[in-house]
Design a protein around this ligand. Structure first.
Ligand SMILES: Cc1cc2nc3c(=O)[nH]c(=O)nc-3n(C[C@H](O)[C@H](O)[C@H](O)COP(=O)(O)O)c2cc1C
Length: 379
C-alpha cells in the first residue's frame, strides 16, 4: 500500500542518512503541530508516539524540542518509554506528514537526530519552554518549566511530496501544512446560535485571538482589537444595554408588540446563554490619514475588510479547537451603547459580537452557491 502511495516521480532529498534540513523542510516542520517520534528500546524494538514539538536554535543549529507535559499519562515523565529509550540510545526519528485524498497533495518530512534531555536550568531549557508555549497555548497553563524537555539535535532531513515537491530549493515548494485539516475546518465551521453551559477554556480563546492577529491588514497595521466578555453579570448588562436600541429598531420596523417581545427575548437569551462573547472592534488610530475624503473612506473600507478577515481567522480557530461560534451584527447598530457598557476607549468601534461556546445541537447549514456561480470571469 505504501509503495502505491509513492508515485515513481516522487522526489526525496537526502535518501538514506539525509542532509541538514533545508529552509523549506524547517518551514514544513514549523507549520505542523504534531509529529510521530520513533525511538528504540534496549532490544531494538521500535516505539512510536505522537508528540507536540517546536524548533529552537542552539549554538546556531536547529534543535527540535518537545515537553514532558501534563497530558494524562500512565507513568511519570521520566519513566516514559521514549525517555528510557533515549537515555539508552539517543538515535531517534521524527516523521511529520500530511494525508489528503488527492494524492498529489501527500507529503512528509522526516528528521533523524540525536536526542537528549535538557534539564531545567541547563542551556536551552528556557528558550525551549518559551518556544513551546508560543506554539501551543495549552502549555501556558502547565508547569513545563519544572520538567526536562526532549531536545533532538544533529538533524538530518529527508522529505517527499506526491506533487514532486523538492526540499532543495527546486521549482516546486513543499506543500503547505494541514491542507486536509484546513479544508475540513473551512467547510465544517458553522454559525451556532444555541450553546450548552460548559465554560470555554481560556487558552483556546487566546489562541483564536492570536489567529485573528495573523489576518492580512492594510499596511500591516492590524486595525482591530477584541474585547472578551465572560462573566454572567457583564453579559447580562450588555444585553440589557442593547435591548433598548433593539426595541426602538423593531418598533421602527413596524413589528407588533408580541413579535418585538419575542425577538428581544431571543436576542437577550443568545447573549446571556453563550458562555463567552468576543466583541471585535475597528481601531483606526494607526492607519494613514489623507487630506481627501475618497482616500480616507478607502482606508476605512480596507480596515473593515481586514476586520472581516480577522474574524474569519478567529472563527476557524475556535472551530478547529472544538468550539463553535455565532456572528451577531448587533453592535454595528448601537456602537456607543456597547462601548459604554463595556467601558471601551473612544477609539474602539464595536463592529460585531461573536458568541462562543460548545454547540447545544447541530445547526442547519445554509447551502452554498455552486463554484461556477462564484467565478464570473477567468480569461
Ligand atoms: C457581517 C455578518 C453579520 C452577521 N450577523 C448575524 C446576526 O446578527 N445574527 C445571526 O444570527 N447571524 C449573523 N451572521 C451569520 C450569518 O447568518 C451566517 O454566516 C450565514 O447564514 C451562513 O451560515 P453559516 O455561518 O452557518 O455558514 C452574520 C454574518 C456576517 C458575515
Amino acid at each position: 500500500m505504501v509503495a502505491e502511495i509513492a508515485p515513481s516521480t516522487a522526489t526525496a532529498s537526502g535518501q538514506g542518512g539525509g542532509q541538514s534540513p533545508s529552509a523549506a523542510e524547517l518551514a514544513y516542520l514549523d507549520g505542523h503541530r504534531v509529529g510521530r517520534l520513533a525511538t528504540v528500546d534496549g532490544q531494538g524494538a521500535p516505539s512510536v508516539v505522537p508528540i507536540c514539538f517546536t524548533r529552537i536554535d542552539l549554538a546556531g543549529e536547529p534543535v527540535i524540542v518537545s515537553a514532558l507535559d501534563d497530558k494524562p499519562k500512565r507513568v511519570d515523565g521520566r519513566e516514559l518509554a521514549r525517555v528510557r529509550n533515549i537515555e539508552r540510545n539517543p538515535t531517534v526519528t521524527l516523521l511529520v506528514d500530511d494525508y489528503v485524498e488527492e494524492w498529489a497533495g501527500l507529503s512528509w518530512v522526516r528528521v533523524r537526530g540525536a536526542a537528549r534531555l535538557i534539564e531545567p536550568g541547563e542551556s536551552g531549557h528556557t528558550d525551549a519552554v518559551a518556544a513551546l508555549r508560543e506554539k501551543y497555548a495549552q502549555y501556558r497553563a502547565m508547569p513545563i518549566e519544572e520538567r526536562p524537555v526532549v531536545a533532538i539535535g544533529d538533524l538530518r532531513a529527508s522529505s517527499w511530496s506526491g506533487s514532486g515537491a523538492r526540499s532543495d530549493g527546486g521549482e516546486h515548494p513543499l506543500p503547505r501544512p494541514g491542507v486536509e485539516e484546513l479544508e475540513a475546518t473551512i467547510a465544517g465551521r458553522r454559525s451556532v446560535r444555541a450553546f450548552d453551559p460548559r465554560p470555554v477554556p481560556r487558552p483556546l480563546v487566546e489562541a483564536a485571538i492570536a489567529a485573528a492577529g495573523w489576518a492580512p491588514s492594510p499596511h500591516g497595521r492590524q486595525p482591530w482589537r477584541f474585547a472578551v466578555v465572560e462573566t454572567a453579570d457583564r453579559r447580562a448588562s450588555l444585553a440589557e444595554a442593547m435591548a433598548a436600541t433593539w426595541r426602538e429598531q423593531l418598533d421602527l420596523d413596524g413589528q407588533d408588540a408580541a413579535t418585538v417581545a419575542h425577538r428581544l427575548g431571543r436576542s437577550r437569551e443568545r447573549l446571556t446563554t453563550a458562555p463567552l462573547l468576543i466583541v471585535p472592534c475597528l481601531y483606526l488610530e494607526d492607519l494613514d490619514v489623507y487630506p481627501d475624503l475618497a482616500r480616507q473612506e478607502a482606508e476605512r473600507t480596507m480596515a473593515i475588510q481586514s476586520l472581516g478577515a480577522a474574524v474569519q481567522n478567529l472563527l476557524l480557530s475556535l472551530y478547529a479547537s472544538g468550539l463553535d461560534a455565532g456572528w451577531m451584527c448587533a453592535p454595528l447598530f448601537c456602537p456607543d451603547v456597547v462601548r459604554r457598557s463595556l467601558g471601551l476607549a473612544e477609539a474602539l468601534d464595536p463592529h460585531a459580537l461573536i458568541a462562543v461556546g460548545f454547540a447545544a445541537k447541530d445547526p442547519v447549514r445554509r447551502p452554498r452557491l455552486p463554484l461556477d456561480d462564484l467565478i464570473v470571469g477567468w480569461e
